[in-house]
Design a protein around this ligand. Structure first.
Ligand code: WT7
Length: 651
């Protein structure tokens, strides 16, 4: 838990600047009206959003059908996401947007590409025809495993055009992780690239897909984008170059008329147990949610150049690099590389050169920038910025203030947005023209979203006491299920209380009604804004033949929010030490990916267990954090374990 004490004492209040409020899409009056409507009748509120923000081929018959825990929004409505993100910006009074930049992309080596709405539409239509040519039909799953290149956005939109749900797997995941996700979604086609650039070096992606596809009988075709030009083995019976297929594709492709509840995408995220969950999102509700929130929270205007630094492989990239931004006809900036290459000022250099006006990033990135030093942002003219955002984890007030002062020049509102892969879009957030902000608080629920702090029993907890965050009314962007596993869907999100959604976060409200998110309350770690299950890392570690047992916990880390600590018991006769630690880290990288690599590895002959054999994680968390394990130890089986754990060296 981040330190609740210091957050409770945070009193600084930042009011939206008058000029900002005056020009904002949603001013105080609008927000007050929407809050009233949203509290009285959330369904009406979202209906209004759906009408105003989304273009429908046919209207819906019922706004919400709620058979807990299964919701359907805009039942009977027909629409197409790529139509909403592209075609409608080329028609009627919006036709001028044909030559407006939809995506401005910069590669890490410094190359760049701008796709206007007209050009993006053409590329998407062509690739939709490519997919059709490969036998992809409405409802077939397509897996995307790509670097941050424009082709990733093109491929996503092409999938939506023909009604083929995509499953994007972040390029940092390993071949094993990719294989499991391809199989779980039963994907017919995989789209990838020869590689990408990171820290000045080309890296390869295609070999990982080849490795994964040794165990994926469902895959019929692979499409490969040529990004780096590195030597790439192609299997003539399965693999195709993107540019070859595109050179012959027609640019004429009608958007499919899809049901509001047609599956739009699956995105895998970690849970407390077992394999990652395939979070399912559908068409009409999701699009309504992300389009309305993007417009209101980022105050998107035609004059803006908006940059969200998230990789499209995560939900933030799906909702707020691509869908929510393009549906608003805005310009989305996309960057391929890391913040620190070729120099520590890369991001500020980009903001200056491209005149970025809205910047959305993660607290872990902000803390990295603070550590790198103020001189880097100060070298650059950041005056184009007018709004800043954060997402992924609680932001510590110090980082908030630095962001406000050094990056925002004290003039930009900051929107601290709380949401999850499962919620599809932002749920708790300031509205920049209407809500006073306090460093560390995500402030209030978005109109139409009903959230509460509840006790274990489901009673409302009085401010400022802590409890569990709950969402008490269905919302349009909510997940519709876990792919292929309705029982797990019910168990994970809907079993804590009756018919209320449990996101897995602890939180409290202050006396003014502002939410303060305190972090996960389950065995899920939030590493640099990405969720990793402790169990997932444990099973990766014990899959190494030299390991007998392992327990993984998170400990607070200044930079990444949480760092992974693995307690490892080697098999008899195996030497514990830095060599084994290296092997363990390699194993995790192979099984999951480098993001899940434990920062600390501590070898021990035994793990603290209860008499019934359950590992006492609470004790391990204390030890990992360097605290005395002070909690209740009355159920501990063998006390000597504690002493020896404290003495175990870090590796
Ligand atoms: C978890 C969701 C939503 C995109 C990024 C992560 C934490 C997210 C905040 C915030 C405090 C936050 C929560 C949540 N989280 N945003 N503004 N303040 N915590 O998506 O991987 O689905 O993780 O991230 O713990 O449950 P995700």
């Amino acid at each position: 838990m981040p330190d609740i004490e210091s957050l409770l004492k945070e009193k600084r209040l930042f009011k939206p600047a008058r000029e900002f409020t005056r020009a904002a899409h949603w001013n105080k009056k609008t927000v007050a009206e929407y809050r009233k409507l949203g509290q009285k009748n959330p369904t009406r509120f979202w209906e209004k959003m759906a009408r105003e923000h989304v273009s429908w081929f046919a209207p819906w018959k019922k706004t919400l059908q709620w058979k807990p825990p299964f919701a359907k929004w805009f039942v009977g409505g027909k629409l197409n996401v790529s139509y909403n993100c592209l075609d409608r910006h080329l028609e009627g009074e919006n036709a001028w947007r044909r030559n407006k930049a939809a995506i401005i992309w910069e590669g890490e080596p410094g190359d760049s590409r701008t796709l206007t709405y007209g050009e993006l539409h053409r590329e998407v239509c062509k690739f939709a025809n490519v997919l059709k040519g490969l036998g992809v039909k409405k409802g077939d799953r397509v897996c995307l495993y790509m670097p941050m290149v424009p082709e990733l956005a093109i491929a996503m939109l092409a999938c939506t055009r023909i009604g083929a749900p995509h499953s994007i797997v972040f390029g940092g995941f390993s071949a094993e992780a990719l294989r499991d996700r391809i199989n779980d979604a039963d994907a017919k086609v995989v789209i990838t690239a020869d590689g990408g650039y990171r820290r000045g070096q080309p890296f390869a992606l295609k070999p990982a897909v080849d490795e994964a596809c040794k165990g994926t009988p469902c895959v019929e075709h692979m499409v490969v984008v040529q990004r780096t030009g590195q030597d790439t083995a192609m299997d003539a019976s399965r693999d195709h170059w993107w540019h070859d297929l595109m050179s012959e594709a027609s640019a004429d492709c009608k958007p499919a008329r899809l049901d509001a509840e047609h599956p739009l995408f699956i995105l895998y995220t970690s849970g407390t147990t077992g394999k990652p969950k395939g979070i399912l999102h559908t068409t009409g509700g999701y699009l309504t949610h992300v389009t309305a929130t993007a417009k209101a929270i980022f105050d998107l205007k035609d004059s803006d150049t908006y940059w969200c630094t998230a990789d499209i492989g995560w939900i933030t990239g799906h909702s707020y690099v691509v869908y929510g931004i393009l549906a608003n006809g805005a310009t989305s900036f996309m960057y391929e590389g890391v913040p620190t290459h070729p120099g520590p000022d890369r991001f500020w250099d980009i903001i200056e050169r491209w005149k970025i006006s809205i910047f959305y990033t993660a607290p872990t990135a902000i803390r990295t920038f603070i550590r790198l030093g103020d001189e880097h942002p100060k070298k650059h003219d950041l005056s184009s910025l007018r709004l800043l955002g954060t997402v992924g984890e609680p932001i510590n007030p110090e980082a908030w203030i630095w962001y406000h002062n050094v990056i925002g020049g004290k003039k930009c509102p900051i929107v601290d947005t709380w949401w999850q892969t499962e919620t599809g879009g932002i749920m708790i957030t300031p509205l920049p023209g209407a809500v006073d902000t306090t460093p560390g608080s995500a402030t209030l629920a978005f109109p139409g979203v009903q959230a509460e702090i509840l006790s274990e029993e489901g009673d409302v907890v009085a401010p400022p006491n802590g409890g569990f965050l709950a969402v008490t009314h269905p919302w349009p962007g909510m997940l519709r299920g876990i792919w292929g596993d309705p029982a797990r869907f019910k168990e994970v999100y809907w079993s804590k209380w009756k018919n209320l959604y449990f996101p897995g976060d602890g939180a409290h409200k202050d006396k003014g009604g502002y939410f303060w998110i305190m972090g996960r309350v389950d065995d899920v770690m939030n590493i640099s804004g990405h969720r990793i299950g402790t169990m997932e890392v444990e099973s990766a570690i014990v899959s190494h033949p030299d390991v007998a047992e392992s327990a993984v916990v998170g400990r607070p880390d200044e930079l990444t929010g949480t760092a992974i600590v693995a307690f490892v018991t080697p098999r008899g006769g195996v030497d514990a030490g830095s060599q084994l630690a290296e092997k363990v880290r390699k194993q995790v990288t192979k099984e999951i990916g480098a993001i899940a690599k434990p920062k600390d590895i501590r070898f021990t002959n035994a793990l603290p267990k209860t008499r019934s054999g359950k590992i006492m994680r609470r004790l391990l968390r204390d030890i990992a954090a360097g605290k005395e394990a002070a909690g209740d130890t009355s159920t501990l089986e063998d006390f000597s374990v504690l002493a020896s754990l404290r003495e175990a060296d870090e590796n």
